[in-house]
Design a protein around this ligand. Structure first.
Ligand code: AMP
Length: 397
């Protein structure tokens, strides 16, 4: 998929609007705890600054519900940007209000303006035409570098693109890299190609699973979603997470894997607990012997050994979703062991954003993976074979 390239735009001295994804995690003191998303946007921002552009940056942060909420102000992002760009970053007090509009109008070449949190405007998530027009009116060129939100038809990602023609809009370097890398992995992987799919529910990843089946050689299931498959196989899964309405789908997936010759792996043992809590009583049990009322919250050591064994010859790994409740130390071991194994392998390793990226980052393995996507949901939708609404207008026709 070829995208409109920022390199083909005549940017010199222009006023450029860059939609970034600065939706970074914060700790309890309001400090940015992981600035990877901000650092990932620097290539595009610096490229525009080198062309003497006046740069207007826009992003959302958290879910402020369409109204101003100081807790979600982009002020900490402006400070981090100032530090990383080594230049002043002007922060507007609003998104398309008087302050933002006047600051955008007077912005000089090589200056950087950051608008306040896009989701302070209720229209943003509704793809509101009026908001799109107001945002578009601030600049002569539009660049989308926010892969993490490109699966959303929001004003700053979708509606705004209608106000720019193909010589005034493009994909930023990050967006382009994500689309090319993930696209290539899915279309032309070096084989054997394995997908490790975990996380809480089958429902969130059903389409991705169905779409991956004809493409992969092996699938490894972990996390809460494994129990829907185990239940369908006739096991008593106790009080583990399950989606009873998807039992039939689970069977179809297993049947399809069989007919396609895809090796389909499920946990053979689990760490079970008497409640969903760090201070629960826990024990190791086989998948066949989860005690009544107990829930499986991580994969066990036999599963780790099995998965490692089967991953040994794999050349490409796509990983989306943790193997257990990794937020609690007690149930993080399975995910951590798989992460170490994947990181140490010589395979091309691709981590699909969100929780899995967070997990890999927490255990300090982020530098060891070939590619960590900045978008969890967006990378899943790409795997599902969808054309993302924020990307569609930027495809070269
Ligand atoms: P998802 O957003 O679907 O990728 O799911 C990620 C979440 O799944 C994480 O917050 C994990 O804590 C959770 N998770 C993983 N394994 C389990 C499990 N066995 N039971 C309940 N939740 C789980």
């Amino acid at each position: 998929m070829e995208l409109l390239s920022i390199k083909k735009l005549d940017l010199a001295g222009k006023r450029v609007f860059i939609r970034c994804d600065f939706n970074v995690p914060m700790d309890e003191f309001g400090n940015i705890s992981d600035d990877r998303r901000i650092r990932s946007a620097l290539a595009t921002i610096n490229y525009c600054l080198d062309q003497k552009c006046a740069v207007i940056l826009a992003s959302h942060l958290g879910r402020p519900k369409g109204e101003v909420d100081e807790k979600y102000s982009l002020a900490p992002v402006a400070r981090r940007l100032h530090h990383l760009l080594k230049r002043d970053v002007i922060l507007a007090n609003d998104v398309v209000g008087e302050d933002a509009v006047s600051k955008a109008e007077t912005l000089q070449p090589s200056e950087v303006l950051l608008l306040e949190n896009l989701r302070f405007e209720a229209g943003e998530t509704k793809d509101d035409a009026e908001l799109s027009a107001k945002l578009a009116a601030m600049a002569e060129v539009y660049i989308n570098d926010a892969f993490g939100v490109s699966h959303r038809a929001h004003s700053s990602v979708h509606g705004i693109t209608e106000h720019f023609d193909d010589v005034h809009r493009a994909a930023g370097f990050l967006l382009d890299k994500e689309i090319q890398f993930l696209g290539k992995i899915i279309e032309e992987p070096v084989r054997p190609f394995a997908a490790i799919i975990g996380g809480s529910k089958v429902s969130g990843k059903l389409e991705a699973l169905v779409n991956l089946l004809p493409k992969v050689d092996k699938i490894f299931i972990g996390g809460g979603m494994a129990f829907t498959f185990l239940k369908q196989m006739g096991y008593d899964i106790g009080a583990s997470l399950v989606e009873d309405d998807l039992l039939e789908e689970a069977q179809k997936i297993m049947d399809k894997a069989k007919s396609l010759g895809v090796k389909f792996y499920l946990p053979v043992d689990v760490v079970a607990a008497d409640k969903f809590s760090e201070d629960s009583v826990s024990k190791l049990v086989t998948a066949q012997e989860i005690p009544h009322g107990w829930m499986g919250l991580d994969i066990g050591p036999a599963t780790v050994r099995l998965y490692r064994e089967a991953l040994n010859d794999v050349q490409t790994v796509l990983w989306n979703g943790p193997m257990g409740v990794y937020e609690m130390d007690k149930f993080a071991r399975g995910s951590s062991k798989i992460a170490h194994f994947v990181a140490d392998s010589y395979a091309t390793t691709v981590v699909g954003g969100g929780d899995t990226a967070d997990l890999v980052q927490r255990i300090g393995l982020d530098e060891e993976m070939s590619f960590i996507s900045t978008g969890g949901g967006a990378s899943l939708e790409l795997i599902e074979g969808k054309v993302l609404p924020g990307v569609k207008p930027l495809i070269v026709k």
